[in-house]
Ligand binder design. Structure first.
Ligand SMILES: [Zn+2]
Ligand SMILES: [Zn+2]
Length: 352
């Protein structure tokens, strides 16, 4: 089969590799689309401890079932031709978090597109452990597989917002205008947020991609004092929700400082691992009853919700897709995402 093999930093080569064989307790999926994630860009630029080259990366996968192993047991009927998306995180299966079904938080999580070969290839194997954890999401007929490639990224934003309880009247501030920032914005709007403010120092970029989205206020932190703006907008009350979808300390600090009483913040984006300490006034959390949440990856229920939001047209997936490249041009696609020239770039392995 044709695959984009990751050989190491800035070295991905599209070549012929042996087509994987479906084991008796595995499922083989013919990949149609695999979206480029920010993590793929980081793996491409600086490597990743769980990605041992040569291997195939890519985890935002949609395709159709090609083969179901003879001993596969699954709650739903799986058949050749079924449209599917795949959950990325696969837990060890025996730790406390796996016991609760939080495979994303398993200390020994092994993910598709990291530890296991991923979706930048004509076929991908769903390993036995993943089948056991029911990571195959059957997609409704009315979702196109191309739109479905956004389910993984959306599911991560949904996992974060599960903690935030956004409802009508809420003022939501999002730091970071990448695809995930925009996903947070539309999910918050779908939940009834009254105002959504997006902050990004790459202001021209968010304004450009923002043309596709309604009712979002874009702010340039180089020109506007964000905290003052939010305080004025809310008559001194402060924001109800802040989401930091960027690896910036300043966003986390400022975000906590601008929350009103009972405000919630999601530290969605991680900080660089050698520079991850911040100083905040803990009394803000104490006196205002603030809630500080983390979020990392997602679980099956978040994928199902993401698929539903797309299927019911509550989220228009096409607004996020600003570029589609064939597998041969994957390096160009990654470069476009890195430079911020594409919001979401989808690798088309085989057209639906
Ligand atoms: Zn991703
Ligand atoms: Zn585990």
């Amino acid at each position: 089969m044709k695959a984009a093999v990751y050989y190491g930093i800035q070295d991905i080569r599209v070549e012929d590799v042996p087509t994987p064989i479906c084991g008796k307790d595995e499922v083989k999926v013919k990949v149609n689309y695999c979206a480029i994630c920010g993590t793929d860009v980081r793996i491409y630029l600086s490597g990743h401890k769980k990605v041992i080259p040569p291997t195939i990366i890519g985890h935002e996968i949609t395709g159709v079932i090609d083969e179901v192993g003879s001993e596969v047991q699954y709650p739903e009927k799986l058949e050749k031709g079924d449209k599917v998306a795949l959950v990325t995180s696969i837990g060890c299966g025996h730790c406390k978090m796996c016991g609760k079904g939080f495979y994303n938080l398993c200390p020994d999580t092994k993910a598709i597109g990291y530890f296991y070969p991923g979706g930048y290839a004509e076929y991908v194997i769903v390993p036995a452990q993943a089948v056991k954890q029911q990571t195959i999401i059957k997609l409704p007929e009315d979702i196109s597989l191309k739109e479905g490639a956004l389910i993984e990224a959306l599911s991560c934003a949904i996992n974060a917002q599960n903690y935030l309880n956004i409802s009508s009247g809420d003022i939501v501030v999002i730091y970071g205008g990448g695809p995930i920032g925009f996903m947070h914005a539309v999910i918050a709007q779908a939940d009834g947020a009254e105002k959504v403010i997006m902050v990004d120092p790459s202001y021209e970029r968010i304004e450009h991609f923002g043309k596709n989205f309604d009712n979002i206020i874009f702010l340039d932190p180089k020109k506007t004092n964000i905290k003052d703006y939010v305080m004025q907008l809310t008559k001194g009350y402060g924001a109800d929700v802040v989401i930091t979808a960027c690896p910036a300390k300043q966003a986390q600090i400022e975000g906590i400082e601008m929350l009103g009483s009972k405000g919630r913040i999601s530290l969605f984006g991680g900080l660089p691992k050698d520079n991850s300490f911040i100083t905040i006034d803990a009394n803000l959390i104490h006196y205002k009853e603030l809630s500080v949440f983390g979020a990392f990856a997602s679980n099956k229920k978040d994928y199902i919700k993401a698929a539903k939001l797309i299927a019911e047209k509550k989220i228009d997936a096409s607004k996020f897709i600003s570029c589609t490249v064939p597998l041969e041009k994957i390096s160009e696609g990654i470069e476009m995402v890195r430079k911020g020239e594409a919001l979401k770039c989808i690798v088309e392995i085989s057209r639906e």
